[in-house]
Design a protein around this ligand. Sequence first.
Ligand code: FAD
Length: 444
Amino acid sequence: MPTLAVVGAGAKAIAVAAKAAELRAMGVRAPDVVAVEKAGVAANWQAGGGWTDGAHQLGTSPEKDVGFPYRSSVVPRRNAELDERMTRHSWQSFLIATGQFAEWVDRGKPAPTHRRWSQYLRWVADGVGMTVVQGEVERIGIAERSGALGAAERNGALGAAEHSWALGTAETTVYADAVMITGPGQAERSVLPGNPRVMSIAQFWHRALAHERIAAERVAVIGGGETAASMLNELFRHRVSTITVISPSVTLFTRGESFFENTLFSDPTGWTGLTHTERRDALARTDRGVFSARVQDALLADDRIRHLRGRVAHAVARDDRIRLTLSTTQGGECSETVHGFDLVIDGSGADAMWFVPLFTQDALDLLELGLGGPLTAESLQDSIGHDLAVSDVYPKLFLPGLSGLTQGPGFPNLSCLGLLSDRVLGADLSHDLTRRFDEHQSVR
Ligand SMILES: Cc1cc2nc3c(=O)[nH]c(=O)nc-3n(C[C@H](O)[C@H](O)[C@H](O)COP(=O)(O)OP(=O)(O)OC[C@H]3O[C@@H](n4cnc5c(N)ncnc54)[C@H](O)[C@@H]3O)c2cc1C
């Protein structure tokens, strides 16, 4: 069986491992899923993972669980059976198994805390016996495959196919026929590391967990979206006079959450039929740097919060203040303004490209060969195919975090984990060189 290694034992790894386990239980071939995890299963949803204190609430409905939307299409004629099996790993099954279902219903189905969500994810991972290798992936390289060369390999027609991925941690190397990258990025990132008036996301949550009260006049939070939303929710309880949210968007938009907008996330049918501009519009409206209606109601009505448009170009510490230079583009003209704050919380650690520095030169060469040009955020995004992998790159590299633009806005987040697992497990991971060689010849 081919091996699919996943960087991070979070929601996506668990969704894929659960479906692979059910497929195997049905007697259907499925790859061995191995998650390489630096902290613990579902660590990013717990206190200590750097992204939350665990006490804040999940933004999306918990019924958008590892099997959602329960419309598998990976085993012809047996998809209903697969969906029925996946319901055993649903949010509601977790509540039933742990004696919490009736109370959750009676309380009006409240959004669970991040901690409760992590307990659910761990329950699924334990239930399917997910393989987890403990260790931080520090480099992603490629390794020569051992054994005799096939005809296509000898021909050199498909150069990359004789390789596998090699994920290096401090202790071990995991070899795999395909890799999927998950997770939001580096919670430790900060514009001015080491300055006590600037906090990374992880430092912020560390202080909140230690019940250290933050007291400051003017606070800036860099970045929008769910990461900033959770931090604003927490900051509210501290002694701060003004909170300025800095993001490149024109204003702080409320996420569109009507049936039609939600449907885009649960069911991306038709997404590929939209133009690039239409897709970017839809993403801006529903996804990037927007706050949910619940957050807008709870937080943004408070007159301590305001919004400043711009990208932080640089930051300096001067006269007991942090001066942020913001650049904005208006009518094609770029301008810079400087603003002073007593405390800056850098929430920009969430970065869909966070993994790129892990690639070795060999791996970068392989990717650029497949991309047909330099590796950039745009070229990677544009190259993501139906299976959520980079097109024309073998061995396969799945990048669901970058698949929103080409495949649908639900794939980078929790909105359609059941569809994500279908797409990934439906991909051809085998090194079936003869078949690929035939396909290659027929294309020529
Ligand atoms: C505070 C917060 C709230 C959010 N709320 C929502 C929400 O309500 N709904 C929604 O759809 N999305 C939400 N998101 C977005 C969220 O990041 C994704 O939806 C979801 O976590 C994606 O799952 P994942 O498997 O990609 O990553 P995660 O579940 O975050 O798992 C990533 C894992 O990778 C591990 N890891 C990271 N780097 C390495 C490495 N180098 N080596 C080994 N392991 C590594 C981490 O320890 C972690 O366990 C939220 C994000 C944040 C930060």
